[in-house]
Write a protein that binds this ligand. Structure first.
Ligand SMILES: [Fe+2]
Length: 185
């Protein structure tokens, strides 16, 4: 189940608020400019569906988002628990960073943990199948796919060659919960 937990930045052990319903999550996240939506496929997707099949199943929502935000490319990324580079991939965005364009991901399958650091608060967002998250450019955040990563995600880009994380050098991400395999959610 999707979940939002909001913390004070200095109190990683005690959430101020826990929200588990999608509408409530979307409302809290809208306050900090974060888009959070649920999409439904227009046709059942078989396991191992091709990127083309995945995009066809969500075509109307994809086109709406492109129209709204001017994204120039869309792709589908798939990560499995046995991926040989999973540790390296996990580490890549585990520390606090930002991008110069929005980070927009739709979870076709699986899950991932986005954590945002905004105005003294920390917003931990467990994204599950069917969730779309749009993190605005310049928002400080980190992303954890966990030690046994599993997700298929549609990604939206404005500058496909320029996907760069700018790291802040803080250790705040290390103080907050990681996405552990089998963690009680
Ligand atoms: Fe990022």
């Amino acid at each position: 189940m999707s979940r939002l937990r909001i913390f004070n930045e200095g109190e990683p052990g005690t959430p101020l608020q826990v929200v588990r319903d999608h509408a409530g999550m979307a409302a809290e996240l809208a306050k900090i400019g974060v888009r959070f939506e649920q999409w439904e496929a227009n046709a059942p997707l078989p396991p191992g569906a091709s990127p083309e099949q995945v995009m066809a199943a969500y075509r109307a929502d994809i086109d709406r988002l492109i129209e709204d935000n001017g994204f120039r490319t869309v792709d589908v990324v798939s990560i499995h628990p046995e991926h040989p580079d999973r540790e390296t991939m996990r580490k890549k965005f585990l520390d606090e960073h930002y991008h110069k364009e929005d980070e927009v991901r739709f979870f076709v399958a699986g899950s991932g943990l986005f954590t945002l650091h905004v105005d003294g608060r920390v917003y931990e967002i467990l994204c599950e199948q069917g969730d779309l998250i749009g993190v605005p450019d310049s928002t400080l955040h980190w992303f954890d796919m966990g030690p046994s990563p599993h997700f298929v995600a549609i990604r939206f880009f404005t500058e496909p060659d320029g996907w760069v994380g700018y790291f802040t050098g803080t250790d705040i991400a290390q103080q907050f919960p990681r996405f552990e395999a089998g963690q009680a959610l």
